[in-house]
Design a binder for this molecule. Structure first.
Ligand code: NAD
Ligand code: ZN
Length: 378
């Protein structure tokens, strides 16, 4: 039987809503379960971009009475509902574990204990499950260093060191086989979500895929959420006449992937079996420093405001992580198409015209980190 009905949890959010649009345009019947988390949806109502051809149910993924009938009705479940900030997860531990880990546990509990017809399960995982990316030591070969000690950050010795010989190491693209390491509570919950989904998928023969998103950017990312992705936070700062705050020296390498390429890859996961039962990186395959991203935003906005490079670190940050996308290419035929220049130009055009005002709450969020002792003292 081919899949026709898809349940997207968190489908009012940034990534989910783009997927909903694509699925609807491909003729799927789509149901969204979303509780309109106030930190993301400040108006408390369905966003203006909600797709009129999808069905929207307001409810919490921790509420069995709401979740169960929707799961039993679906032929595929795309599970995106989550609390999503790394920094915040370090002091809202109960909430992060409850929404992310227990919400997923409930989904799986329904699937194994009730007669269902789900033929595909896709869970949103994250670059965060790796901790640091993959590295190569000139002397020792491939190595997997973990979080940098606070003394190293306080000395502003930003680059990672080899766990064996302690020399500096070079960042290389991270394959799915890299040993995993979680540096924060959010990433632990993402790890638990993907492990649970893949385990139950394998055990009960429900084709399951864990989508390891790298840095996804594009229209609809909340500009007023100081806990959202870095590109949206900086864009919001610039639109409010304030400098983007760049931690360390700005040389951190990341893979920024356009939302359109992400949606392409998710549709391939839904419609094809090549990646079933596997975790799969979704990135662009490219590499860029975060300072270059801050400068690109400044240039595209034609703003006079320079990024503020702090030369200080946060205790839980990684140095580099970029995506090796060979698995998605080989198992699904994924081929990212959107260049950084084109993708960021689109983001800016949207930000200039969006009715949702970009309110900058970043300073308050930074103050919270300071109070919790999560900024490195120097
Ligand atoms: N944006 C990225 O770069 C990125 C990177 C890695 C992983 N992810 C993962 O992708 C998924 C989607 O992220 P996003 O960027 O679209 O975030 P988002 O905050 O825009 O969307 C999440 C949605 O989930 C909803 N939600 C939150 N808690 C809920 C609950 N208890 N019950 C029901 N709905 C709830 C929110 O209202 C929101 O609409 C998340 O699981 C996130 O962890 C995103
Ligand atoms: Zn070495």
């Amino acid at each position: 039987m081919t899949i026709q009905n898809v349940l997207v949890t968190g489908g009012a959010g940034y990534i989910g809503s783009h997927l909903v649009d694509e699925l609807v345009s491909r003729g799927y019947e789509v149901t969204v379960l979303d509780n309109l988390e106030p930190q993301v949806h400040r108006s408390g109502t369905w966003p203006s971009y909600a797709n009129p051809r999808a069905r929207y149910v307001r409810g919490d993924v921790r509420d069995r009475a709401v979740f169960e009938p929707l799961v039993l009705d679906a032929q595929a479940v795309v599970h995106f509902a989550a609390a999503v900030s790394i920094g915040q997860s370090m002091y809202q531990i109960d909430r992060y574990v409850d929404v992310n880990t227990r919400g997923t546990a409930l989904l799986l509990d329904i699937l194994v204990n009730r007669p269902h017809r789900v033929e595909k399960l896709i869970v949103a995982s994250s670059i965060g499950v790796y901790g640091e990316g993959a590295y190569e030591c000139a002397t020792c070969g491939p190595v997997a260093p973990t979080i940098r000690p606070e003394t190293q950050l306080a000395a502003r010795d930003w680059e990672q060191r080899c766990p064996v010989c302690h020399g500096h190491v070079r960042s290389v693209p991270t394959p799915e086989s890299k040993p995993l390491w979680r540096d924060n509570i959010y990433s632990m919950t993402k790890y638990h979500q993907e492990e649970m989904v893949l385990l139950i998928g394998r055990t009960y023969g429900i084709p399951a895929v864990a989508a390891r998103f790298f840095n996804v950017y594009g229209p609809r990312q909340s500009l007023s959420n100081p806990y959202a992705g870095v590109a949206a936070i900086w864009l919001s700062r610039l639109l409010n006449g304030k400098p983007p705050v760049v931690f360390e020296d700005g040389g951190q390498l990341r893979d920024f992937v356009s939302i359109h390429d992400v949606v392409d890859c998710l549709v391939l996961m839904l419609e094809h079996s090549g990646a079933d039962y596997l975790p799969v990186n979704i990135g662009s395959g490219g590499t860029v420093t975060i300072l270059d991203i801050a400068r690109l935003l400044k240039t595209l906005l034609d703003s006079p405001i320079e990024p503020l490079v702090t030369n200080t670190g946060r205790t839980f940050d990684i140095r580099h992580n970029t995506a090796d996308i060979s698995r998605a290419r080989e198992t699904l035929g994924y081929a990212p198409k959107v260049s950084l220049d084109r993708g960021f130009a689109e983001l800016i055009e949207w930000a200039k015209t969006t009715p949702d005002v970009a309110v900058d709450f970043f300073d308050a969020a930074l103050e919270e980190l300071q109070q919790k002792g999560l900024l490195v003292k120097s």
